[in-house]
Design a protein around this ligand. Structure first.
Ligand code: NAD
Length: 474
């Protein structure tokens, strides 16, 4: 299978844009926003239609770019990047009118007569910084919400996935309004310069260390942020469980995109009574998915770059290998690997794994699993496999995570009715479906009072009688 080696270099370490270019670019978008061009529904609708065409006209190019970056199987690239973004655009086109409508609400007796409305208004110029692991989805799906909400957008896809970023940089100016949407295909120097500029919203996806840099830069301009971060998402397997389905779904969720998924089940906490049968089933499911030599499988992706390959290779030394462990540095291949007898203090449990290594730890009961989760930073996702509704409820009630999925992995992301985002160390803010529009919208509260009547009750001079009436009205 070809890997990221076939991806064209973005620009090596050379800068793609100079500081003055970047400053001028943001200023241009601000002028466009201030001209009011992005506000009408027509403009937004047109951009979304063009966005849809940018996807549909180039479906094969998008899939090929992700194969070049990550060796992504077509099935995975289509399902997890292409289709998700296309679904977001279709949803936005369908619901745009409704989302844009002012909402009438009631108002208190003391301020009658009046009408109260909530008016959605665009924020201004948004900066969207994407990550490499779902290089299409993470860079451009947030832009669907930003454009639907009537904003100008600077897109900064990840330099770590150069083929997809190159395609975004090529297609976006061809399809979207170049006065209002721009792509900056650079790395840290370009992003650092962009972050000195004033934006009206910053939407960042990536690791928490850079998330802190982004938030600190945003604070200088009081710019609100969404931080889509990661973390170690636990997967609890109860004693009363459909083991075969659990093994299929856990293995799929973990080894999809070779584990390079922000919501991948990072580790399993299995009830002691199911450890051995679960490990046995995981081993047979992996053979079923990827054959005896997963390296030959067209259904299995590669590690994005040498740095991540080396980082992951060090984690293979934790615990005892049940399955996998084989590596090929030249192909950046790491076999789907399952570990047991893993010490909670070992390297594989110290940081988000973000690769195809699954430690299976055991717990004597559900309370121990809940304690284990609560002793660590709040994860982006939590998975619980159980046939016992009471146990599922206990886990959901007694733990905190960005999202959760019961008896499955990853699929909560596909419900666009569910806002997707983290909590605590796994991030802040959310998107998908209407929450993407909400993220890039200011909901302006407006009270309108007619002048045909003007009761004098509130005006000075105050007296005991006025106070009595005010207290009565509330
Ligand atoms: P990355 O290396 O692509 O970096 C993310 C973005 O930050 C890039 O656009 C990059 O140019 C920029 N960046 C890097 N260093 C910077 C700096 N010093 N200053 C300013 N910008 C900088 O991606 P990554 O961080 O390796 O992504 C992996 C992490 O992201 C994991 O923790 C994963 O869980 C998380 N993630 C979260 C989500 C989510 O939706 N919550 C999705 C994907 C990945």
């Amino acid at each position: 299978m070809s890997t990221a080696q076939s991806a064209p270099a973005l620009s090596g370490s050379a800068r793609t844009m100079t500081d003055p270019d970047l400053v001028a670019l943001v200023a241009k978008l601000r002028r466009s926003f201030e001209s009011g061009v992005t506000r009408p529904e027509d403009w937004r609708h047109r951009q979304l239609e063009r966005f849809q065409a940018m996807l549909v006209d180039h479906e094969a190019d998008w899939l090929e770019a992700m194969r070049a970056d990550l060796g992504k199987p077509q099935f995975e690239a289509w399902g997890s990047d292409y289709r998700i973004v296309l679904g977001a655009v279709e949803g936005a086109l369908k619901h745009l009118s409704g989302w844009m409508k002012p909402r009438k609400v009631g108002s208190a007796l003391v301020i009658q007569p009046s009408t109260a409305r909530i008016l959605p208004e665009p924020l201004g110029v948004a900066l969207i910084i994407g990550a490499w692991n779902y290089p299409m989805q993470l860079a451009i799906e947030p832009a669907v919400g930003a454009l639907a909400a009537g904003n100008c957008v600077v897109l900064k896809p990840s330099e770590v996935s150069p083929a997809t970023t190159g395609l975004i940089a090529k297609l976006v100016p061809q399809y979207l309004d170049p006065e209002c949407v721009a792509v900056v295909p650079g790395g840290v120097p370009e992003t650092t310069t962009l972050l000195t500029q004033r934006f009206d919203y910053i939407f960042y996806t990536g690791n928490g260390a850079v998330g802190r840099i982004v938030m600190a830069a945003a604070a200088k301009h009081l710019t609100p942020v969404t931080l889509e971060l990661g973390g170690k998402s636990p997967c609890i397997v109860d004693s009363d469980v459909d083991l075969d389905t659990a093994a299929h779904r856990i293995a799929w969720g973990k080894f999809f995109n070779a584990g390079q998924t922000c919501v991948a089940p990072d580790y399993v906490l299995a009830h002691t009574s199911v450890e051995a049968p679960l490990l046995g089933r995981l081993a047979s499911v992996l053979r079923e998915y990827y054959g005896d030599d997963p390296k030959q499988s067209a259904s299995y992706a590669r590690i994005i770059n040498d740095r991540h390959f080396q980082r992951l290779q060090k984690l293979l030394g934790s615990g005892e290998r049940v399955v996998g462990g084989e590596v090929d540095a030249a192909a950046r291949y790491i076999a789907p690997t399952v570990l047991r007898n893993v010490d909670p203090g070992s390297p594989v449990m110290a940081e988000e794994i973000f690769g195809p290594v699954l430690p299976v730890l055991t717990v004597p009961d559900l309370d121990a699993a809940i304690r284990f989760v609560n002793a660590r930073p709040k994860p982006l996702a939590l998975y619980v496999f159980s046939r016992d509704d009471g146990n599922v409820r206990r886990v959901l009630d007694q733990t905190s995570s960005g999202g959760a999925c019961v008896n499955d992995c990853l699929s909560h992301l596909l419900a666009d009715t569910l806002p997707f985002g983290g909590v605590g160390d796994s991030g802040m803010g959310a998107y998908h479906g209407q929450s993407s529009f909400d993220t890039f919208t200011h909901y302006k509260s407006v009270l309108n009072r007619p002048t045909y009547v003007d009761p004098k009750l509130r005006y000075p001079p105050y007296d005991a009688n006025k106070l009595k009436w005010v207290k009565r009205i509330g």
